[in-house]
Design a binder for this molecule. Structure first.
Ligand code: ADP
Length: 341
């Protein structure tokens, strides 16, 4: 079985080695999300005291908020093995069976993008999660028969940016559900200060504050901006990140004081100029702005919605009065938008 290729040996994504070094390994290093951490610490301690596998954990929320990080931390705190994959990598039931039959007792098995599981794989997970067994079909045609194979007791951690797309039967099998939300500016400052410490970057508090306002409440974005500011400080300045470095750097990156990038403004502008402010369907909008529907829905839209520039309606996306203001465009006096003013 092909478990080796399916499991990721390192964490996924755009991350380079410096990002990996920034990833917190223990709960005490995970900034913010105080309530979530407090509960998890109790569940982890309880499982450890009982010498049992932790109940299955469902993690939802926008990308870059720390779902993968938190799953890894839980495995570390539980002192168990951590294996990670993502739903699209599990193509056939044998891919999943290969992993589940070889994991160690009480280990954490992390599946990212769990809303994208294929039905046959999801079906197999049901018995795996509930009974710690999998159904395996031997032979073909009339001679085929199903045998049940026991697997080690394990903790499934499923992460998704689209909790609404996870089926009821799958969701109900998770005993712990964690909904992650955008971080406050204070929490993002904590993330920035910790990362600056690890990377050996000098940054003053005012600079961190400015940067935090533009980090979309997202640690991954905060770390990315910090690395870019380090580049500016190193090449143009004297190496230290100060408020002027950040102000100049953000201008060069075309990021405004609310954390909106050129592409965010472009999305709002397209809705206004081509679709009269909306409503416009998600697919049409994605094509119009040259973005993958997933990226548009997962990364750009949630923040635009949270900041009150965009609304999702049953008929499609509609901009609000704030979007017209942001782009210094005149809002129409009548029409659909009127409702949203
Ligand atoms: P997700 O799985 O939700 O997309 P990740 O777990 O990959 O997000 O987190 C993205 C990056 O942000 C990580 O590499 C980590 O360095 C950083 N990060 C996330 N959450 C925190 C946190 N609470 N404290 C410090 N750093 C964090």
């Amino acid at each position: 079985m092909s478990g080796k290729q399916i499991l990721s040996t390192s964490f996924r994504g755009e991350e380079d080695s410096s990002e990996t070094s920034l990833r917190p390994k223990l709960l005490k290093d995970f900034q913010g999300q105080t309530d979530i951490k407090a509960n998890l610490a109790i569940f982890i301690q309880a499982a450890r005291e009982r010498k049992e596998a932790l109940d299955h954990v469902f993690l939802s929320g926008p990308p870059g908020l720390g779902k993968t990080t938190l799953a890894g931390i839980m495995a570390n705190e539980l002192l168990v093995e951590f294996k990670a994959t993502s739903a699209p990598a599990l193509e056939k039931p044998k891919d999943l069976a290969g992993i589940l039959t070889t994991i160690t007792e009480s280990s954490v098995f992390f599946i990212d993008e769990i809303h994208r599981l294929k039905p046959a794989i999801e079906e197999m997970l049901y018995t795996a999660m509930e009974d710690y067994e999998i159904d395996w079909v031997i032979g073909q045609g009339p001679a085929a028969r199903t045998i049940r194979i026991p697997i080690p007791r394990f903790t499934l951690m499923g992460a998704t940016t689209k909790a609404g797309q996870v089926s009821g039967p799958l969701h109900s099998r998770f005993g712990i559900s964690i909904r992650m939300n955008y971080y406050s500016e204070t929490e993002i400052i904590q993330v920035l200060m910790r990362s600056a410490g690890i990377l050996g970057i000098t940054i003053d508090h005012e600079a961190a504050e400015l940067l935090a306002q533009c980090a979309r409440g997202t640690p991954r974005v905060a770390n990315r901006l910090l690395r870019r500011m380090r580049d500016f400080a190193q090449v143009i300045g004297d190496g230290a990140i100060r408020a002027e470095t950040v102000a100049g750097g953000l201008e060069r990156l075309q990021i405004d004081s609310q954390g909106l990038e050129r592409h965010d403004r472009e999305i709002l502008r397209v809705i206004i100029e081509r679709y009269g402010g909306g409503p416009v369907g998600a697919e049409t909008l994605a094509i119009s702005v040259g973005e993958a529907p997933e990226t548009l829905e997962d990364f750009y839209e949630p923040y635009l919605i949270q900041r009150g520039f965009l609304k999702r309606t049953p008929r499609g996306r509609v901009v609000t009065a704030r979007a017209y203001e942001l782009l210094s465009l005149e809002a129409p006096e009548h029409g659909e938008q009127e409702l949203l003013f």
